[in-house]
Design a protein around this ligand. Structure first.
Ligand SMILES: *Cc1c(COP(=O)(O)O)cnc(C)c1O
Length: 504
């Protein structure tokens, strides 16, 4: 399978795309074609998550033979790394609403699904491209990617990782998870700024030849673990194929029957994977893109105007506090007819005016695929409480955004009446203070107190990954400004190099 940039005719193979992350022209890599025969030739029923993953991903990473790929997939999802044997289990909330629980991985967020596999793909890419330098992963996080990436890459030979997170923009649990990270090849930096600034910095150094040169002198090449990398994006397609198979198995739909998907959205990676699954023939009817108070995507999907001139809100669903959604570029590339000149113009408009508009025809095309809505913090709390009171089921604040938007659409008869799947992106206990407040428990500012009270009330056991945080040593406490970032990166690179040399 070949991959091409959204901004030029540059084409690379999967291994190069994995290694580089971003195309040199600043565009994102997309697969040249989507495998169609997957669905024609394959009977999905009865296959395990790992088997479906091997089948789907062997099309996208055709340079890796199927047995090797299968072994990587087993390392990623097998051996008890995921708390649920099915990897992604399901919960029926209603006769026409199923929740897909994407949060049973080691760090309790859906990011684990792609990031558990990604390091193995990257190691393969390094070998197959004969790259002798070590890889330095730079990753911006709005909260969950960081921990999932750190956990996935820790102590992997030949790779080091630096994670940037908005210092005051993540939940206390998220911050602790990252600050206490173990491993010799990891580094974490708090950034005085928001996610968009962290992400912009990463994109900048990627295409800055001077920084790349400095990093090369230290024996590294850059790569990224953000959802701009195809190694992050494509493994996410798997759970949509799995969802389709399981909906049939559970009697929610029949073979070939279309269903809707609701996705709590930030950087647009998860929902883009759903769109790609649809391009492969998975019968997804309508995609519902759910945002929080930072609802640039809702506005765009409703009016066709992407306007970045807007306030940035810190909400109770921090992993969705994003204004510039990177992966939207990939979606637009497809709905604009895979025309790179449109994409370059779009990008220039955003660069120059912080705003861009799609033609009415394109907007109509977009609205055939995707609808958008948003929910305020208040509605989120109400949704968590309502679902718990009625169904005894606990939503995390991000999933609650999806639920609230779904309800609004359903109430107003704006969603085609189909079976709907809500993608649950985080474990509710990752955000104990918000969930605690939603259930009306006595006020506390200590996340561990909140966890214990939640456990008492709901009977849902505290996952060990959270429990152990209360007594783990905090290793990474520093916060830097964006002007200090470059030197902080170089310093961290030197430090990790020294440590890894010592261990050789
Ligand atoms: C990252 C994240 C999201 C947003 O996903 P995107 O792929 O960036 O759109 C939603 N919920 C949670 C819990 C997340 O960690």
């Amino acid at each position: 399978m070949k991959y091409k940039s959204t901004r030029s005719s540059v084409t690379v193979n999967a291994m190069e795309a994995l290694l580089h992350g971003l195309a040199m022209d600043g565009g994102l890599y997309v697969p040249e074609t989507f495998p169609q025969e997957v669905l024609v030739h394959k009977e999905w029923q009865g296959l395990s998550y790992e088997e479906i993953a091997t089948c789907v991903l062997s099309y996208f990473f055709s340079e890796i033979d199927k047995d090797t790929l299968g072994a990587m997939i087993h390392k990623a999802y097998g051996n008890g790394r995921f708390a649920a044997a099915e990897v992604v289990p399901f919960h029926s909330l209603d006769t026409d609403l199923t929740v897909a629980e994407l949060f049973h991985g080691p760090t309790l967020a859906f990011k684990d699904l792609a990031l558990s596999l990604f390091p193995h793909l990257l190691v393969a890419a390094k070998e197959r491209t004969n790259e002798k330098k070590d890889i330095l992963i730079l990753t911006a996080t709005s909260g969950d990617t960081g921990k999932a990436a750190l956990e996935a890459f820790k102590d992997i030979d030949g790779i080091s990782i630096i994670v940037f997170y908005p210092h005051d923009g993540v939940s206390p649990m998220q911050a602790l998870q990252m600050q206490t990270q173990t491993g010799n090849n990891v580094h974490v930096l708090g950034l005085q700024g928001n996610f968009d600034e962290a992400q912009a910095f990463v994109k900048e150094v990627f295409t800055d030849s001077q920084v790349r040169e400095k990093i090369a002198q230290r024996g590294y090449i850059f790569s990224s673990a953000n959802s701009i990398n195809i190694g992050r994006l494509l493994p996410q397609i798997v759970y949509y194929v799995w969802t389709y198979a399981q909906l049939i198995e559970r009697g929610c739909i029949t073979q070939g029957e279309a269903f809707n998907v609701v996705v709590p959205t930030g950087n647009f990676g998860n929902i883009l994977a759903a769109y790609m699954a649809k391009r492969m023939g998975i019968p997804i009817h309508t995609l519902l893109c759910a945002s929080n108070e930072n609802h640039i995507l809702t506005d765009f999907l409703q009016m066709g105007i992407y306007n970045e001139k807007r306030p940035f809100y810190k909400t109770t669903s921090p992993s969705m506090d994003i204004v510039r959604s990177s992966n939207l570029e990939r979606f637009l590339y497809y709905v604009m007819g895979e025309d790179t000149t449109h994409m370059i113009r779009w990008q220039e408009q955003i660069q120059n005016n912080k705003q861009a508009t799609v033609p009415t025809k394109v907007l109509q095309q977009i609205q055939k695929e995707m609808l958008g809505g948003y929910a305020s913090d208040e509605i989120i709390l109400e949704s968590i409480r309502q679902v718990y009171d009625r169904d005894g089921y606990l939503l995390d604040p991000h999933t609650a955004v999806g639920y609230a938007v779904y309800q609004k659409y359903k109430r107003n008869h704006l969603l085609p009446s189909r079976h709907t799947v809500l993608m649950a992106t985080a474990h509710p206990y990752k955000f104990p203070l918000t969930v605690h407040q939603a259930l009306g428990l006595a006020n506390t500012t200590d996340p561990f107190t909140a966890l214990l009270q939640l456990q008492d009330m709901t009977g849902i056991a505290i996952p060990r990954a959270l429990h152990e945080l209360s007594h783990k040593k905090r290793r990474f406490m520093s916060a830097v400004s964006s002007s200090q970032l470059e030197s902080a990166v170089l310093e961290a690179a030197d430090f990790m190099k020294k440590r890894s040399d010592m261990h050789e």
